[in-house]
Ligand binder design. Structure first.
Ligand code: EZ4
Ligand code: CO
Length: 402
């Protein structure tokens, strides 16, 4: 029996911070798992270094389910983003190893492809409406079939989700930038630009919109109704989801499809949302929801209730995460869409993924395992730099929901 001989934590910042776990076996096989938690990277790196890596040498890398149970139940302290991201890294690395040992791409270990590729959505944005329309056109010209649409809200100094430069990068300053948010200004403006995009591009393009948890359930119900005739693919994160039952009112008020879950870390964050069919798309990801093993459970539960998948896939999810996501996406019958953002070119000096984007979809590689390599020599040239997501305040100065 091969055993795990080494677990190495690699922190690198090629364009942005990433934490990666590299597991090596006694047969010399290596596997990678993403452990990046935006703005809290070092917490996961230390959790892995201090509390997980010492437990791994001598264990059987084949027993993926047992490893998951051992790390989840064995720790006593369950759930939470730091723990679940650390478990995800181990889980993903073991799937990578199993694939390499078996000589199979991970999608074949998961039962084989239920589709050829995973449709993705791109991120169009603009400081003004004409700029936004140009950006949507750019994505359409690139072959995207689905586009998330965000415009800067007039009167606010900055609007989260609007790209500056060529790469979308949500994390900014070495301390969190503080931005003012006005729900009134947003609600007055957003339906107009979404309507303008639908009018210009017609019904053939899937349009998505991210609310970033900024509305109350009542405001979200109002917003969903106002944009109902635009037939959005989804409105994302309309309201914070700690109280899952708060989605009932939104659901009853509007047929605009609802997506939520990029901050979820376990099935317990969405059990009620799924089993009561309060959402249409579940956005949990491999890296933040306990790896392929646990995310597959969430997706399987969702399938029973006709909830489809739409996993988070911003630039803070490394190419290791994206590779794992695409393998899982192509195997689940209830796949909906995969979020995808091009990484900074520097990121590809360290990570070499073999998945390919064409026709607005990601195609998994058929090489054994996940099909992604990490080059440690360039990784060492990009040391960690603290970078944080912004914090939002209401016009009265109080901290706003994300
Ligand atoms: O805020 O990835 O849908 N995508 C998003 C992203 C997330 C960041 C958090 O790290 O909402 O911009
Ligand atoms: Co989002």
């Amino acid at each position: 029996m091969a055993t795990i001989t080494e677990a190495k934590i690699i922190v690198t910042s090629p364009g942005r911070n990433f934490v990666t776990l590299k597991i090596t076996t006694s047969d010399g096989v290596t596997g990678l798992g993403d452990a990046t938690l935006n703005g809290r990277e070092l917490a996961v790196a230390h959790y892995l270094q201090d509390h997980v890596a010492p437990l791994l040498p001598g264990r059987d890398p084949d027993r993926i389910e047992d490893m998951w149970q051992y790390l989840y139940k064995g720790a006593y302290w369950r759930r939470g983003p730091v723990t679940m991201t650390a478990i995800a890294a181990v889980d993903t690395a073991l799937w990578d190893i199993k694939g390499k040992v078996a000589g199979m791409p991970v999608y074949d270990l998961l039962g084989g492809r239920a589709r050829d590729s995973a449709m993705v959505y791109g991120h169009a944005s603009g400081a003004t409406l004409p700029a936004l329309l140009d950006d949507v056109e750019r994505f359409q010209d690139l072959g995207y079939r689905a586009v998330r649409v965000q415009a800067a809200v007039p009167g606010l100094s900055g609007t989260y989700g609007v790209r500056h430069g060529t790469v979308y990068e949500p994390a900014g300053g070495s301390l969190p930038e503080e931005q003012v948010w006005s729900t009134e200004a947003y609600l007055d403006f957003a339906p107009h630009y979404l309507a303008a995009v639908r009018e210009k591009f017609g019904s053939g393009l899937h349009l998505l919109h991210d609310v970033h948890h900024r509305l109350t359930p009542t405001e979200a119900a109002h917003f969903g109704r106002r944009v109902e005739d635009l037939r959005l693919f989804w409105m994302e994160d309309p309201t914070p989801a700690e109280a899952q039952e708060s989605f009932r009112g939104i659901r009853q008020a509007t047929t605009t499809p609802i997506a939520v879950g990029e901050v979820f870390n376990s099935v317990w964050d969405c059990q009620q949302l799924i089993t009561e069919r309060l959402i249409d798309y579940i956005r949990a990801s491999v890296v933040h929801a306990g790896g392929i093993t646990h995310l597959r459970r969430i997706f399987n539960l969702a399938e029973l209730y006709q909830v489809r998948t739409g996993s988070h896939g911003a630039t803070d999810l490394s190419p290791v995460s994206m590779a794992a996501a695409v393998h899982l996406d192509v195997t689940v019958p209830n796949f909906g869409v995969q979020e995808y953002m091009e990484h900074d070119p520097l990121t590809h000096e360290v990570f070499r993924p073999a998945y390919e984007l064409s026709d607005g979809a990601l195609h998994p590689s058929d090489v054994p395992g996940l099909g992604v390599e990490l080059d440690e020599e360039p990784a060492a040239r990009f040391p960690y730099e603290p970078k944080y997501l912004p914090v939002h305040r209401r016009t009265d100065g109080s901290v706003h929901d994300w």
